[in-house]
Design a protein around this ligand. Structure first.
Ligand code: AMP
Ligand code: ZN
Length: 476
């Protein structure tokens, strides 16, 4: 089955065809590094990590270029640096490291390139100067603004990504219109920095010929970085639903205006947006205060459990973050690791390709829940084969389970280590002895003794899982 992706711009699932036959380029908007990321921020990182892995399987691995930027110029960064009395670099380094650590724990591969805004000032300035020269940007009170109405010129292309007309967008935004704007929808490309804030030389004012010191707007950062590291047009542009307007809408407008590109797809060819992670049906966000930080969740759960939970719904829909979701994710992984553990103990796990059905599910606009169902089918096949004493079949099915898991960034830990959760040898021996005693008690139908031992295991924070081919355990 060919890869199909839902494209926000054309509002349909489209067969994916990269601009160049053997090279795939993808840009995903990354974090603004001024605080800890919450688990909602991890959703795009995990979703596009699965797409990255899938693309690496479908195309020559080294020809898949995945760029995810670091936004290291922003008002919130300046504010945090001022609060702590340090340079912005101290803040951005600290939170970039934390972000990397969080995503490593969630099993995300590092992107191929990770451009930083501060390293792309020259590219931003060049784009802005091209727009000033062309007349789609203008200078007002030291700011450079984008002339939305002049650019759109009644074509409707400005609102195409969010599927709205310019007048609807202005009415919907209800922002206070700054005095210096020609039109309510005009947005900032460059603005003066406040005293003591970092500033760069800036684009030249075409009237005075002088540079305009200051700093870039957020949208121009991504226009400049994506073009620099991937070239235009690139294939896939991704991010969360909240970025469609204004961020991505403005990226398209700026890049097309600066280069005189005729159609929106001359910038990026496919637009993908993940749905929101919610809590009690509200978007998880810092401003609402309903956030669970990745770092905090990792203190209580392996990253893989969080990853499973994030992938358990289709990426385009909403997903409600609850304790039950996380508990269920853990149980599901226990089940699959249990099958791998038993297959390995019985006769090993074969080298294998991922099941075709799993590839088909992911190729159908990243249908991760359907792909997970294929993993369960494989685990069921492992258990049945083991029950029937067919060790070779079990090894083959387990190999498919492992390879399918790899494609989703799951199931790559040693199964024993998964269950033992870092337990030392003495502890393991103690648990194994109790499990044997419990099995003996059950064989003798001494249910009282079996229950007593189960209680003893529970006191050690060990959860016993009785499966069709015997009991396994894990730390609770
Ligand atoms: P931000 O740091 O707010 O710009 O967000 C970084 C990325 O996370 C962007 O792609 C956002 O669209 C995405 N994002 C933020 N909040 C959520 C959420 N609650 N659910 C899903 N994605 C989100
Ligand atoms: Zn961006």
């Amino acid at each position: 089955m060919p890869l199909k992706l839902h494209d926000t711009l054309s509002r349909e699932k489209r067969v994916f065809e990269p601009a160049q036959a053997e090279r795939v380029t993808m840009y995903v908007c990354g974090p603004t590094v001024y605080n800890h990321a919450h688990i909602g921020n991890a959703r795009p990182a995990v979703v596009f990590d699965v797409l990255f892995r899938l693309l690496q399987r479908l195309y020559p691995e080294r020809e898949v270029v995945y760029a995810r930027n670091i936004t290291d110029v922003d008002d919130k960064i300046n504010q945090k640096a001022a609060e702590e009395g340090v340079e912005i670099g101290v803040i951005t380094e600290r939170y970039t490291d934390i972000y990397h650590g969080d995503l490593d724990a969630l099993g995300c591969l590092r992107p191929t390139v990770e451009p930083r805004a501060t390293a792309h000032m020259a590219e931003m300035i060049a784009l802005i100067e091209a727009m000033l020269a062309d007349g789609t940007a203008y200078v007002a009170d030291g700011e450079v603004l984008f002339d939305v109405e002049g650019y759109d010129a009644g074509t409707g292309r400005y609102g195409a990504l969010s599927n709205r007309s310019l007048s609807d967008m202005v009415a919907g935004a209800r922002v206070e219109v700054a005095q210096n704007k020609r039109h309510a929808a005009d947005f900032v490309l460059w603005k003066p920095s406040k005293p003591a804030e970092p500033a760069w030389d800036g684009p030249h004012d075409p009237t005075t010929g002088q540079p305009l010191p200051g700093r870039p707007g957020w949208h121009i950062e991504c226009s400049a970085m994506s073009e620099k590291v991937l070239g235009l047009p690139f294939d896939i542009h991704g991010g969360g639903l909240d970025l469609i307007f204004p961020h991505h809408t403005n990226e398209i407008a700026q890049s097309c205006a600066a280069h005189g590109l005729a159609t929106n797809t001359d910038f990026a060819r496919y637009w993908m947006h993940n749905g929101f992670l919610t809590m009690d049906a509200e978007k998880m966000s810092k401003s609402l205060g309903n956030v669970s930080l990745i770092t905090e969740l990792l203190e209580r759960q392996p990253g893989e459990v969080l990853r499973w939970a994030l992938l358990s719904a289709h990426y385009r829909g909403p997903l409600d973050w609850t304790d039950q979701l996380v508990d269920q994710a853990r149980k599901n992984l226990d089940r699959l690791y249990g099958a791998l553990k038993r297959a390995r103990a019985a006769g090993g796990i074969s080298d294998s390709a991922p099941p075709q059905l799993l590839l088909d599910a992911l190729s159908d606009d990243l249908n991760s829940p359907a792909a997970m169902a294929v993993l369960f089918d494989a685990a069921g096949a492992v258990e049945r084969a083991l029950n029937d004493g067919e060790v070779e079949t079990a090894a083959a099915r387990a190999g498919e389970l492992l390879a399918g898991g790899a494609l989703m960034g799951l199931l790559q830990q040693d199964p024993d280590a998964w269950f033992e959760g870092g337990a030392d040898d003495g502890f393991k021996a103690q648990v194994e002895a109790l499990l044997e005693a419990r099995a003996a008690a059950r064989a003798a139908k001494d249910w009282g003794e079996a229950d007593r031992i189960r209680g003893e295991l529970a006191a050690l924070n060990v959860v016993v899982m009785d499966g069709p081919t015997g009991a396994t355990w894990r730390r609770g």
